[in-house]
Design a protein around this ligand. Sequence first.
Ligand code: ATP
Length: 334
Amino acid sequence: MTGELSPQAAPSEQGFEGALRPATLSEFVGQSKVRRQLGLLLDAATMRQHTPDHILLAGPPGLGKTTLSMIVAAELDKPLHQTSGPAIQHAGDLAAVLSALTPGEVLFVDEIHRMARSAEEMLYLAMEDFKVDIMVGKGAGATSVPLELAPFTLVGATTRAGLLPNPLRDRFGFTAHLEFYSDDELADVVRRAAGLLDFSVSEQGVDEIARRSRGTPRIANRLLRRVRDYSLVHETPGDTASVHAALALYDVDEHGLDRLDREVLRAVVERFSGGPVGLSTLAVSVGEEAETIESVVEPFLVRAGLLTRTPRGRVATRLGWQHLGIVPAGPGAA
Ligand code: ATP
């Protein structure tokens, strides 16, 4: 999915993301349970002068996993080394990263579910005993040489916790499940970012941006920047009128649905009489990858009460029909 409502970061946004990232747990908005749990874990580790348990952060994109990994390192006052599952294609890639860690360093592995299987197995021993076995030589003469590692804290992030093998999942002492943010929490995210960007937005404008941000801080920050652009170019204040005009320009409707969400909903309602329709049929009918529909569009439409998932496929709800201004027809309307 591309566009204003994609929860994934565009490469051009990374500078902005860095500038808007909270640096401490107390600046981190929302997720109060995770914050308290993580706070206790880090405080106890600091008091014991010991590395904390390894931490798994699970949840959809854009909810703050990378930010939390940076906060963990900052709160422990240790350096952070960042890598990602797709960058670790061989056990040797992981051995190189692990052997370069300094005592207490925090290793962040984004998309940890996409790491190569051979590396995963090496990671088990590294997480448990801070050791790896390096294979030296080839064929019959190959021998395994144990290598001691500096104690480190692994922070793994995944959008698909279910894809992690159990032995890996079990080696994390603490798993944080990040939830979508409430509108009030997102309003706090927007207020904070507006302050950092030195852009003044009316309270109603803040609420409007929050409501359309699909429970995701990354989207809230992005919509705020579009409103800021609009105000700059049109010389308007950051009021509700500017928010409406800016977001209309980018096809973000009043419920935070964008073009693809509406196309998916419209396909279920109009082409499949409200459903049920299977994921792959639906994906083909809107010309989009099934994974995008499943991981980005569908969770949002389900949360918004516009679509339901049934064992026989996706079904538009009565609210879904109403959203498109179409009168529900027959038993298809759940
Ligand atoms: P991905 O899975 O795509 O890597 P992520 O879950 O790691 O996403 P982050 O990169 O940490 O998400 O956050 C995206 C943006 O949202 C950052 O710019 C960050 O400033 C902002 N953000 C995330 N969570 C919060 C929060 N709780 N409070 C304030 N800002 C937040």
